[in-house]
Design a protein around this ligand. Sequence first.
Ligand code: ZN
Length: 464
Amino acid sequence: MELPKEADKEVCQQLEQLAEAGAVLENGGHGDKVLGHLSLRDPRGRGFWMKRSGISLAELQGPQDFILLDFEGKKKAGKGKRHAEWPIHGEIFLARSDVNVVGHTHPYNAGVISTTEEPVEALTKAGAFFSSGLPRYRKTSNLIIHKNMGTGLASALGHAKAVLMRNHGITYVGSDVAECVVVGLLCEYACRDQLRAAMSKLTFKISATAASSFRSHRNLFVEEVWESLRRRVTKATGAEPKEGSGNYLDRFIEANRILSNEGVEFLNFDLVAFKDPSRRIICGLPELSLGEISGSDDLIVLENAPNFYPGVNYLKKVFSILPKTEAAIFCCAPSVALFSSAAEPLCPTGDEGRHFEGLSVKILPDQAIENIPPDTRVVFLPNEGAIILANSIEVACLRAIFLERACSIQIDAAATGLAWGWLPDSEQGVVGMTLEGQGQIENFWSFYKRKLDRKDAGQPLPGE
Ligand SMILES: [Zn+2]
């Protein structure tokens, strides 16, 4: 399709990214029919480029799906209709010279939290991003279709990165596409965690250290997360597996990809590490998400990985404290991360929970990791996630999958408010169910591998 002359090279490059942002946001739970929009400040001062109406975020293809509007809402270039809520964008650009990209969407969890006065806290990393405050717009629940409504929203936003709109949705901003999208995603994840915490009857605690350490790495984090998310939506079927250099390496790469395929991950935060036959500790490149680890080029010796990644730092510590550890995973999967901030211990509420009975430890906020017992299988890190320890890469990977479900079941059982509990293991008296024996590890492993292979081949199993 022919583009208007106003869409020069610089504009087009950024609108390409903004179109990818639509797909990334849709993947992150921001899709709502053909509602929601994104915009870019015009670098020549002519107004702003806004997604055209009538298509969903997921359907954005490129610059041809944006129109140029001036600050009065008059269309200056491009094909397609204008969204009625254009004043959200125009008024924020006028009020905030630091903002070049604006997003407005209706994700589910933020929608629910917007109906309450529940503060969004640093329960997890996503919440930590907003721990200095997430403002609210309370003037109306209607669409923002007049300039004075846009001005009101811009003033509610103030100097913040995002604003919750009562009974409606969220608006978020950034100096570039990367920042705007990541803020939007984190806002919805933070609301999801807050909502789940509010529904469950567990006791949640917040560590000041976890919240502030996350904020200090914000800029690095934003760029890398965005690049990782972009790669996911621009590749049709995810990472193509490359040749490893030996069986153990292939298993390691499979472990990363299986975890990603099972949803046991959070953005690009998680990290898997293991000891290779020469006893070096190897991990994935920390800037990659688990699903992107596809060949030996994507690996690094843990010792050489930079400490400013929280996962690198924690894994170095546990391998040195517990030298018998063969494999370990820094896991920030949603239920694991949320449960890490609950005061209650992990219980055998579901089948998977029995693997961790008596073998999980909760580090208290700001407490040192050094004193964990030697046979520990899980160390919960408050407001962050957990470290999973094992004697092989396969067991570590399976434990991570089991742990995510065990945490989820306990949170949801608690949320029912019913009399929930579990039966003591009177039969065996064994602490912690084991995977060893009767080919269990291989059975589970090959099942997850089959799922992965079928997905790669475009023939996922039913229910996937
Ligand atoms: Zn709206």
